[in-house]
Ligand binder design. Structure first.
Ligand code: I3P
Length: 126
């Protein structure tokens, strides 16, 4: 059956621009600083690029690497109380990194929330 074909873990499931703010690193609170990020979701991870993926790929020589977030055991939840902005959710990793993601456009943030939640729910918890 199709369901037994192993999924390529690097296959891109969704990508696009969102507003991103990292608010904790290894459990240590960071000053909130929103910026636009190109976000690439695959089955086990999310990569955050500072610029578009196109630019990132052509900038390989500069040594800029995307920030990679391991989704195994991660949590995702709406985070109304963490921002004055609308449509904000938070991802918390096992390693204690916390990210807020936001879009003013309702369907965009809903699509992302469900795509990331589905990816997390498919993964082993540890
Ligand atoms: C922060 C900045 C953020 C804001 C945050 C402020 O100020 O205005 O945009 O978060 O609010 O502290 P600064 O640039 O001086 O660090 P939101 O846009 O998400 O509300 P917060 O402290 O209530 O998180």
């Amino acid at each position: 059956p199709v369901s037994q074909i192993p999924q390529n873990p690097n296959m891109v499931e969704k990508e696009g621009y969102l507003q991103k703010a990292k608010i904790a690193d290894g459990g240590k609170k960071l000053r909130k600083n929103w910026s636009t990020s190109w976000i690439v979701l695959s089955s086990r991870k999310i990569e955050f690029y500072k610029e578009s993926k196109q630019q990132a790929l052509s900038n390989v020589k500069t040594g800029h690497k995307p920030e990679s977030v391991d989704l195994c055991g991660a949590h995702i939840e709406w985070a109304k109380e963490k921002s004055s902005r609308k449509n904000v959710f938070q991802i918390t990793t096992v390693s204690g990194n916390e990210f807020l993601l936001q879009s003013d456009i309702d369907f965009i943030i809903l699509d992302w929330f469900h795509a990331i939640k589905n990816a997390i729910d498919r993964l082993p918890k540890d």
